[in-house]
Design a protein around this ligand. Sequence first.
Ligand SMILES: O=c1ccn([C@@H]2O[C@H](COP(=O)(O)O)[C@@H](O)[C@H]2O)c(=O)[nH]1
Length: 232
Amino acid sequence: MSSDSPLIIALDQPSLDAALCLADRLDPTRCRVKVGKELFTRSGPDVVEALHGRGFQVFLDLKFHDIPNTVAGAVQAAAEQGVWMVNVHAGGGRRMMEAARERLERHGLTTHLIAVTVLTSMETTDLQEVGVTQAPGEQVERLARLAMDSGMDGVVCSAQESARLRELCGDRFLKVTPGIRPSFAAADDQRRIMTPREAMAAGSTHLVIGRPVTRAKDPMAALEAIEQELVA
Ligand SMILES: O=c1ccn([C@@H]2O[C@H](COP(=O)(O)O)[C@@H](O)[C@H]2O)c(=O)[nH]1
């Protein structure tokens, strides 16, 4: 089973059971799912296998950031689990990203490999505190160019940057955008946000949505409301 939907639901759950309980309320033909740091640290590769068994394509969002050899090995390990997408931090630099790309190619692994630019929870003041003087949009552009030059299939950015990245990097370069907030949802800890409809219009290729769906009483109904917003 696979989905052509742009929607990726973040299964940020504290256990394997909780994640599968949630996944069982979603439809693998209408979304993909994302496994992040908390869930993977608690449940390991078992959760990926169980989600594949239920027909879901999985984005393994572990944001690898280390020396090139270590990241290349981690990306290979993820791809060998059959995940649809895996990511690294663009801040790890060109040699790190190239090593990851080269490792996938050497082993004939076709998992999408993308790079995180600037976390959607960060705004200008957060960047200044870590020594980045550019505004988030400028830093995202810089890292997206580097990611494209280094062989990445796309980036994680906020939807606020999607239109500019479409101009710079083209339509085929993936723009995977968390920080998606339908009008009914709270921003939580996200800072650079957009609604699903605005994000798709801006050129996002995939929308990562967590709490607005996973905290809903009926997650599938929340997902349907988002689908409706996209076609309206
Ligand atoms: O810049 C980034 C990179 C990753 N994320 C992840 O996406 C989801 C968003 O969840 P919400 O509940 O919809 O806020 C979450 O798993 C993050 O780890 C991100 O938000 N921003």
